[in-house]
Write a protein that binds this ligand. Structure first.
Ligand code: SF4
Length: 335
């Protein structure tokens, strides 16, 4: 068990350090699970947060290290409390008891073997709401296979298309191809998206016994959501892959290539969440364009492009979403 940490090649960085003996690689974490917060979180896509919130566990450390990171204090492991696998499984159950619509594992790529163990244990103890795996998509398919059958909803990023941009901003020149292979494995595991019927509360009696015919397909969900207003009380996601693209100011062409690549390869097998909430938190050397927010005209042009190339399954953001309030306090709440 957990032998993968021994000469760590869990992610494409392939550091080969022995995390079981306390060594740290690019992600900055040993084999000990660390996290910064576990709480209900309301700022995900509406079908994930619903009205009750998503049960988000924010893990410490990260294998990306993006220059514009929106959660740097936990990504660098500055806020990190150690957890046992048993405690982590209990945290999921506590979030479920608080009414979480799902368990949302945020940036757990470098802890996949332990997270898989914690999910198996939690399911034995009664975890019966969907599990969402929220990641950068910079992962190996071998590592993702450890989660097969344990995760219901994959929520990966697809950050860049251009290898120079991904090298400069995340030291990952192979990002796009790696992310595409990772997303392919995610789609293989969970298939097309489906949603709970309106009014169904995940975890409530009978909710985990719904058959496929009882669930809403993507088409049915899209038809319904068009008719819903801002106060979203619509269906919650049961399974599927939702790929997030955070639009960076000044990189409209790269964003278009990302959407085109995703749509050509996966079509309606995935949802794409096109996000304009980029918040400049520090200046990035060599990239003055990242000092501002995404101009409305750039975002609108990208949305028009998405429609023109035939993307049907999409989440968009409206209004002033670029607020630091989206970033929660990393104060060990819920650990
Ligand atoms: S998980 Fe961490 S130590 Fe392992 S290969 Fe990736 S960055 Fe390196």
């Amino acid at each position: 068990m957990l032998r993968e940490y021994g000469a760590c090649s869990l992610c494409p960085r392939k550091c080969k350090v022995n995390r079981l003996q306390g060594e740290k690689g690019y992600c900055g974490q040993t084999a000990e699970i660390t996290a910064a917060r576990a709480a209900l979180h309301y700022w995900e896509e509406p079908c994930i947060s619903g009205t009750t919130g998503s049960g988000a566990v924010f893990f410490s450390g990260c294998n990306m290290g993006c220059a514009f990171c929106q959660n740097q204090e936990i990504a660098r492991g500055e806020v990190a409390r150690s957890l046992t696998i048993d405690r982590l499984s209990d945290i999921y159950l506590e979030l479920q008891a608080k009414g979480a619509a799902n368990i949302n594992l945020v940036t757990a790529s470098h802890f996949i073997p332990s997270v898989a163990e914690s999910l198996r244990l939690a399911k034995k103890k009664g975890l019966n709401i969907p599990v969402v795996y929220n990641s950068s998509a910079y992962e190996t398919t071998d590592a993702l296979r450890l989660l097969d059958g344990l995760v219901d909803v994959y929520l990966p990023d697809c950050k860049y298309h251009d290898s120079i941009l991904s090298a400069e901003l995340s030291k990952a020149p192979d990002y796009f191809e790696t992310a595409m292979a990772a997303i392919e494995e995610m789609v293989r595991q969970v298939g097309d998206a489906s949603f709970y019927p309106v009014g169904t509360i995940p975890g409530a009696a009978g909710s985990d016994q719904l058959e496929d015919k009882d669930l809403l397909s993507a088409d049915e969900y899209n038809d319904l959501v068009v008719e819903l207003d801002d106060d979203y009380e619509g269906p919650l996601v049961k399974k599927g892959v939702i790929v997030r693209h955070l639009v960076l100011p000044g990189h409209l062409d790269d964003s278009k290539k990302v959407l085109l690549g995703l749509n050509e390869r996966f079509g309606n097998s995935i949802y794409i969440s096109i996000m304009n909430q980029y918040t400049p938190l520090r200046s990035v050397p060599g990239h003055p364009e990242l000092d501002g927010r995404v101009p409305e005209a750039e975002y609108e042009e990208l949305l028009d492009f998405a429609a023109d190339i035939g993307i049907e399954n999409a989440f968009l953001q409206a209004g002033d979403t670029a607020k630091e309030s989206f970033i929660p306090d990393f104060d060990y709440t819920g650990l």
